[in-house]
Design a protein around this ligand. Structure first.
Ligand code: TXA
Ligand code: MG
Length: 358
């Protein structure tokens, strides 16, 4: 299949037509790039799973661009859900509702619920509005790889497999949306993202957090968001997260990275040991700490003063290590506050929960 790449609005109608005719279009959103199809077309949705190599039991998020579309897809919007909609839509928040029968089984993976998001990105909104259709879209990566935050990474994974790629700017947030289940009494966060725990608590008072986020699941345990059980965000390199004891009081990371001399000393021991085994070493650091390390590739994710700069560069950094043939990555551990919770959730998964405590 020839994949067309659209860079300017003059040719945007082509993308709209492809969606209406049941094809696949990758488009930018404020979180990550999405792989879009008409959510009401079972065949088109099935093709998303094929292009990504995604397991069929992992349901998709349906994207909308007005609230009328929401009421066509869900049976009930609780007062708690309404508060979240009023405060955070459009934006990086996905809400789980009870689904109407119109939502295809291919989208919900047979669940009675459906995930809905109203994105803020103008190009994604335009695709939904111009086509007049709700759009099912997972992240536009091959299943298991870090999500793409720019068109170049989508091209690497999807060229020749989908009809069209809309080339917009890099995604601002860089990690996928927060997912909140609104079908119970209390809002339950199923995946942390750009709408933080603190922001949700400020609006709702009480929230709960699905245990799949905070603990690695034990044998036989199921997360409420089926996708959270799969290996994710995995670069080819082995990733380790280094926790500096001086940054913690108990489990609480009260200081950004702790004593930097200690950090520098241990990192240099790890790097040396890896080099003795002929491994190429990468480091995930920040603008403020990158000068401490000497490795084959030291990447700064952004500044400690604004963790949104860190989230926006995380997936691109993981993919860059693969481009450079890095074998082992050592990463700093970020405090799980604000968007730090989402950053650490993705990092922990990419590291397969491998920590080194120093
Ligand atoms: O930011 C985002 O959410 C991006 C952009 C493209 O919008 N999309 C995205 O989709 O991250 P995906 O498919 O990579 O992740 C969707 C997650 C999966 O973990 C899936 O299991 C969960 O949403 N999910 C979908 N429907 C659900 C449902 N009815 N109940 C619980 N979890 C659901
Ligand atoms: Mg994904």
């Amino acid at each position: 299949m020839k994949t067309i790449i659209i860079k300017d609005l003059d040719h945007f109608n082509e993308a709209t037509r492809i969606i209406q005719e049941g094809g696949l279009v990758a488009a930018p959103t404020e979180t990550v790039y999405g792989l879009c199809a008409n959510a009401l077309n079972e065949v088109a949705v099935g093709n998303i799973f094929k292009a990504k190599g995604r397991p069929n039991d992992n349901p998709l998020i349906v994207h909308i661009a007005d609230l009328k579309m929401l009421y066509e897809l869900v049976t009930e919007v609780s007062p708690m859900a309404q508060k979240l909609i009023d405060n955070f839509w459009p934006g990086p928040l996905t809400l789980i509702f009870k689904a109407k029968p119109i939502v295809p089984q291919a989208v919900t993976a047979g669940l009675a619920t459906v995930a809905i998001r109203f994105p803020s990105h103008p190009l994604m909104q335009k695709l939904i509005k111009d086509s007049g259709l709700p759009i099912a879209a997972p992240s536009a990566n091959t299943s298991g790889k870090p999500s793409p935050t720019n068109a170049q990474r989508v091209i690497e994974d999807m060229d020749g497999k989908i009809d069209c790629i809309i080339d917009g700017a890099s995604s601002e947030i860089g990690v996928e949306s927060t997912i909140v289940d609104t079908t119970g009494e209390i809002a339950t966060v199923l995946r942390p993202g750009g709408i933080t725990y603190e922001m949700l608590e400020a609006i709702l008072g009480e929230i709960t957090i699905d245990p799949a986020i905070t603990n690695k699941l034990k044998e036989g345990e199921q997360p409420k968001a089926p996708g959270m059980k799969y290996t994710h965000y995995s670069p080819n390199a082995e990733v380790f997260i280094v926790r500096n004891s001086s940054a913690y009081v108990g489990d609480n990371q009260h200081n950004m990275f702790g004593d930097l001399d200690n950090l520098k000393k241990h990192f240099s021991t790890f790097i040396q040991a890896a080099h003795e085994k002929d491994k190429k070493v990468g480091i995930l650091a920040t603008d403020e700490t990158k000068h401490l390390f000497e490795a084959d590739l030291v990447l700064s994710l952004g500044t400690e003063n604004d963790l949104l700069t860190v989230s926006s560069h995380l997936f691109e950094a993981l993919r860059t290590f693969d481009d450079q043939g890095i074998d082992i990555v050592y990463s700093l551990a970020f405090p799980k506050e604000g968007i730090g919770a989402a950053i650490m959730n993705r990092l922990e998964k990419s590291a397969g929960y491998h920590f080194i405590n120093i």
